[in-house]
Write a protein that binds this ligand. Structure first.
Ligand code: ADP
Length: 197
């Protein structure tokens, strides 16, 4: 089974490409979705996060106050690293479980939709690394206009990610999403052929 890593800076259109690949029939392992699931009430990961950052980040039903955790965990590099040390291995383990399940189900390829694929060096475990690329200013514009993000917030989030040149250097395939959605489709179709081939 081929593992295809799919990544791109926030606002690049990575989720859009993942959707097109899912429509083409490939199973998609979504790292952001796993990140949310491991923080659901009662999960062992959430318990460890509460031990580390304070039980008062959970309400009476055990639901995480995300903005309060963000405030505490992003207060310093050291605090961010403490959070990542809990969440990243858990995301990785669950991702591996899903790859194994796809293989057991007889899938010939799986797409790993992972924003931090190159940042965390996980592209080295992939058979193919796909980077969705758009210049920073267009990404900011799309995030503000289409996803309603505040411009400063969009730029701050980008600042926490690996730089574009380093991400692109890790790519086997670059999808250029600087044009329209129509321009994306033939590129995805070519990628589908390459994955199947
Ligand atoms: P990511 O997952 O990389 O953060 P998304 O796929 O959510 O990015 O795309 C960011 C926003 O830009 C979404 O609202 C999406 O619908 C939109 N978008 C994606 N590709 C294009 C494009 N080629 N032209 C215009 N808008 C786009």
């Amino acid at each position: 089974m081929k593992k295809v890593g799919l990544t791109g800076g926030i606002g690049s259109g990575k989720s859009t490409v993942a959707r097109l690949l899912a429509n083409a029939g490939f199973p998609v392992v979504d790292a952001d979705q796993i990140a949310r699931e491991i923080m659901e009430p009662g999960s062992p990961v959430l318990e460890r996060v509460a031990e580390e950052f304070g039980a008062d980040i959970l309400d009476d039903e055990g639901v995480l106050d995300r903005s309060e955790l963000a405030r505490r965990a992003f207060a310093s590099k050291e605090a961010t690293e403490r959070l990542n040390a809990i969440t990243h291995p858990a995301i990785r383990a669950e991702s591996e479980r899903r790859f194994a399940a796809a293989e057991t189900a007889g899938e010939t390829a799986v797409i790993y939709d992972m924003p931090l694929l190159v940042d965390l060096g996980l592209h080295s475990g992939m058979d193919l690394t796909v980077v969705v690329d758009v210049d920073v200013e267009e990404r900011v514009r799309r995030l503000v206009e289409k996803r309603g993000l505040d411009e400063a917030d969009a730029r701050a989030r980008m600042g926490q990610q690996i730089d574009d040149a380093t991400r692109l250097a890790a790519a086997d395939v670059v999808i250029d999403n600087s044009g329209s959605l129509d321009a994306l489709e033939p590129q995805v179709a070519a990628l589908v052929e390459r994955i199947r081939g």
